[in-house]
Design a protein around this ligand. Structure first.
Ligand code: ZN
Length: 235
């Protein structure tokens, strides 16, 4: 019998992000809203973030451990249900088949309705990890969906899975604006756990609020997060 892409049955959202802190900075309010709507929210963090410091005494190994702990604490503030750390070196992700295949495997395993990732098509997106993860995740959606891709996954009894929606963070043009006014303080509380990153940004609270209010311009609410949303339809 030919396996078919199965429609999702549970309500799961999977965030596939390059670094510890990307999920909270881009999407913490949306995560809180999804959990409020009874979604299981799970993270995939692709790199250790082990280059994100200006402290010349810090080693990459120390920083990776610090940032993984910060990510766990930030996710716990939001009530995120699970985190998978892929632990690739920071800055060295590329559009590899192996990253795409790792993400495809995790999509089949977690079977999300919604996937949230970086927008790799945003003009002047200079961070290579953000581009790499965005492209790898978009490609992985196809590899997770169609059974003839990655036949080894069938051997592992990971049946094809077709997500319904793909959200890209910080897009050039947003078409899905989420009201996070009621949860802005909780978003700030989660971001505050990323102490190793915030020490260089004393005005981070004001900047996060300013960004949230800009994204809500023209809307009947105070703060927003905004995405490019692809609705994936299947026959
Ligand atoms: Zn990042």
């Amino acid at each position: 019998m030919t396996p078919q892409a199965t429609p999702p049955t549970g309500k799961t959202a999977l965030l596939v992000m390059a670094h510890p802190d990307d999920a909270e900075l881009s999407s913490a309010g949306t995560v809180l809203n999804l959990i409020e709507q009874s979604y299981q929210v799970r993270y995939v963090v692709c790199s250790t973030g082990d280059k994100g410091t200006k402290d010349t005494a810090m080693t990459p190994f120390q920083l990776a451990a610090i940032r993984e702990q910060e990510q766990k604490e930030a996710a716990a503030v939001l009530g995120v249900h699970q985190i998978t750390f892929l632990r690739h070196p920071d800055g060295e992700l590329d559009q590899s088949r192996s990253l795409r295949d790792e993400i495809a495997l995790l999509i089949r395993n977690h079977r999300p309705e919604i996937i949230i990732t970086h927008d790799p098509w945003r003009p002047y997106q200079i961070h290579p990890d953000h581009r790499a993860v965005g492209f790898a995740t978009a490609d992985a959606v196809v590899f997770a969906r169609d059974h003839l891709f990655l036949p080894v996954l069938l051997e592992l009894e990971l049946a094809p899975h077709a997500p319904l929606e793909l959200y890209f963070t910080f897009p050039q043009v947003a078409d899905h604006v989420v009201d996070i006014s009621a949860v802005m303080e909780k978003k700030l509380e989660a971001i505050a756990k990323h102490k190793s990153q915030l020490q260089y940004m004393p005005a981070w609270r004001e900047n996060i609020k300013l960004m949230g209010s800009k994204l809500a311009e023209g809307k009947p609410f105070t703060y927003a997060e905004a995405f490019k949303r692809l609705v994936l339809t299947y026959q």
